[in-house]
Design a protein around this ligand. Structure first.
Ligand SMILES: [Fe+2]
Length: 416
């Protein structure tokens, strides 16, 4: 948890908070069966260290001290290695020998059956202290998949300091920091946290956004320097986190020449999907923007119709039928079981799509139709429960509110 001073500096859920105390935050991500990353900001300290201790050995183990790699502006990156699969660890951040943050992490197994739950969501006003983050934490999820709009600063200039300040405001929120101190994050941006509303690869903030992500986010290894897409595995579920902003062509370009992903990312995605066939019962394709819809000038996939058809055909031609898409952007919960996802030319039903928003934003509706309905609103998130019985994998999707009431749901079974 953060120190009382940092907590006191954060405003309520509706006001835009400003910080006046020294900033101290940390979050965890990039977790594999043996490695993890922690990034922290500790202002005004001379020596910063992270103590990592296996929970089972807490009484006897004095813990391993991990040295920080300074990233500038009081930001420190820690690369943890040599962890054991499927184990819980406690983390203690020390600044000048004083504990300033404690956290926890749990490593998964990879490429072996594991039943687990994870949470997903997007779109929270800058520095939101909404209770929905506490609700998500109560499920003890393996990961918090954040599909963007981490903040709404709409930065439209090459201003690294503004991105840095935005991370401070998010990560010192009492409820967000509480969740992120114990649940690793896997985050890709959408428009408001990459640039301005509906931004694309021409955004004037692109370089600053990319640099700030690399500096502040404890992500898994990024595939290339000029984008943030990446992949990771929990149990026998492969997560493909796509970057739908930094590579996309502007919407002014003719439909057939538009790309959402860019050439390199699209080739990577196709290869990942091919490689997953027969290896992973489930692939979770994380697309910050929605897939289903008809409006050609949409900011989401409907506005990039040629590439949507190309990818749909690719899946159909290769018989890849283990995909679940998670999407954000629209401030709603929505589920389609594949019925309305028919963009391959043979017209068969495609993969299921689950919209998981809005964490803390006024509701909005986009795209559709969705076979299992739509719930527009604030304080909403998605819980995904994976029951891996080796020969078959049951996937339960529930869209929930901040009181954890189930508003929308769908369960499907895949061959193991
Ligand atoms: Fe949003």
């Amino acid at each position: 948890m953060l120190g009382a001073a940092a907590l006191a500096a954060v405003g309520c859920a509706t006001a835009r908070p400003r910080l006046s105390e020294p900033v101290r935050w940390a979050w965890t991500g990039g977790v594999t069966s043996t490695t993890a990353n922690v990034v922290a900001r500790v202002e005004g300290a001379e020596a910063v260290a992270l103590v990592v201790r296996a929970e089972l050995d807490a009484a006897t183990d004095r813990g391993a001290r991990v040295t920080a790699t300074p990233a500038g502006d009081d930001t420190f990156r820690f690369a943890l290695s040599g962890l054991e699969p499927d184990r819980r660890y406690t983390l203690r951040l020390e600044a000048d020998a004083e504990a300033v943050w404690t956290g926890a992490l749990r490593t998964p197994v990879e490429d072996r059956p594991l039943s687990f739950a994870f949470v997903a969501g997007s779109c929270a006003q800058t520095g939101s202290a909404h209770e929905v983050f506490e609700t998500m934490k109560r499920h003890d999820p393996r990961v918090f998949v954040h599909l963007g709009d981490l903040h709404y600063e709409d930065i439209d200039e090459d201003a690294p300091a503004r991105f840095s300040a935005a991370y401070d405001l998010v990560l010192t929120s009492p409820t967000q920091s509480s969740l992120m101190s114990e649940v690793p994050v896997a985050y890709v941006w959408d428009d408001h946290d990459f640039g301005r509303n509906n931004s694309d690869r021409t955004s004037t903030s692109k370089r600053a956004a990319l640099d700030a992500y690399r500096k502040h986010v404890p992500s898994h290894a990024l595939v290339e320097d000029h984008a943030i897409y990446h992949a990771f595995t929990i149990g026998r579920v492969r997560f493909l986190m796509t970057d739908c902003r930094s590579q996309r062509t502007p919407r002014g370009v003719a439909h057939r020449y538009r790309t959402m992903l860019g050439k390199k990312q699209k080739a990577w995605l196709k290869q990942e999907l091919l490689d997953s066939k027969g290896r992973y019962p489930l692939v979770v394709w994380v697309s910050p923007v929605g897939w289903i819809g008809r409006t050609l000038d949409d900011d989401s996939w409907p506005g990039y119709p040629s590439e949507r058809v190309e990818l749909s055909l690719f899946l159909a031609e290769h018989g890849i039928d283990n995909v679940l898409m998670l999407a954000g952007d629209a401030h709603m919960l929505a589920i389609d079981d594949g019925t309305n996802n028919r963009y391959a030319n043979n017209g068969r039903a495609g993969f299921p799509v689950f919209h998981v928003a809005a964490l803390d934003q006024v509701g909005s509706e986009k795209g559709g139709p969705y076979s299992h309905g739509v719930r527009i609103g604030r304080g909403q998130y998605g819980l995904i429960e994976i029951d891996d019985r080796v020969h078959e994998v049951t996937v339960r999707l529930t869209g929930r509110d901040a009181e954890d009431a189930v508003l929308i749901e769908h369960t499907f079974v895949l061959p193991g």
